[in-house]
Design a protein around this ligand. Structure first.
Ligand code: ADP
Length: 198
């Protein structure tokens, strides 16, 4: 089972992807977390990407795809939830090819829909609480622009493949999780009301 979480910065992808991974017994692969870990450890990759991330720009596709290949190879079985990947059309196409080579395909793409004003408010709050390097006002604005230009086209890409699930991302964390689980069960196992695991 391969799931993708798509949505603007601040939509709650990381939080919801972790809850869904737990619920369905999937491994969560978060490119943002992996990159932040490299930055923290001061690896070559970390030093290379730190200024890019702090500005709110995207890390080059080739670096991201190298990370993804390595992560997929580590897994014993393809039960994956991608959080924050793919973020560009070339990344989505490369993922499709990678999965195809493994005899797999993306089962569903969860798009978390949150209005821009709410995103800005959430990111501002996180900036005050966590102090992430890319949560400055300038970088937040940049990340929202980058999302609209480079990542939002993936919505049509996945809708065209019939795997997009648009979920309202506003409300209690628990309520959003329930919405996602219900939508996934209805789309992946339409004939079973209990939603047995794939
Ligand atoms: P958010 O969704 O809140 O922006 P993430 O943790 O997903 O946070 O990503 C943080 C930053 O890491 C991005 O702004 C970007 O610089 C980099 N990044 C993460 N995933 C990718 C990706 N798939 N492609 C390019 N850059 C990425």
């Amino acid at each position: 089972m391969v799931l993708i979480f798509l949505g603007p910065p601040g939509a709650g992808k990381g939080t919801q992807a972790a809850r869904l991974a737990e619920h369905f017994g999937l491994k969560k692969i978060s490119t943002g977390d992996i990159l932040r870990d490299h930055v923290k450890r001061g690896t070559d990759l970390g030093r290379q990407v730190a200024p890019i991330m702090a500005r709110g720009d995207l890390v080059p596709d080739d670096l991201i795809l190298a990370i993804i290949r390595e992560e997929i190879e580590k897994l014993p079985a393809a039960r994956i939830i991608f959080d924050g990947f793919p973020r560009t059309l070339p990344q989505a196409e490369a993922l499709e090819a990678l999965l195809r080579d493994l005899g797999l395909a993306t089962d569903a793409v969860v798009l978390l829909d949150v209005p821009t004003e709410e995103l800005v408010a959430r990111l501002g709050k996180r900036a005050r609480e966590e102090g992430r390097a890319d949560d400055t006002e300038e970088a937040i604005r940049r990340r929202l622009e980058v999302y609209a230009r480079q990542t939002a086209p993936l919505i049509d890409y996945y809708a065209g493949r019939g795997v997009l699930l648009r979920i309202e991302g506003v409300g209690e964390v628990e309520a959003v999780t329930r919405r996602i689980i219900e939508a996934l069960e209805a789309s992946l196992w339409p004939s079973s009301s209990s939603g047995q695991k794939k």
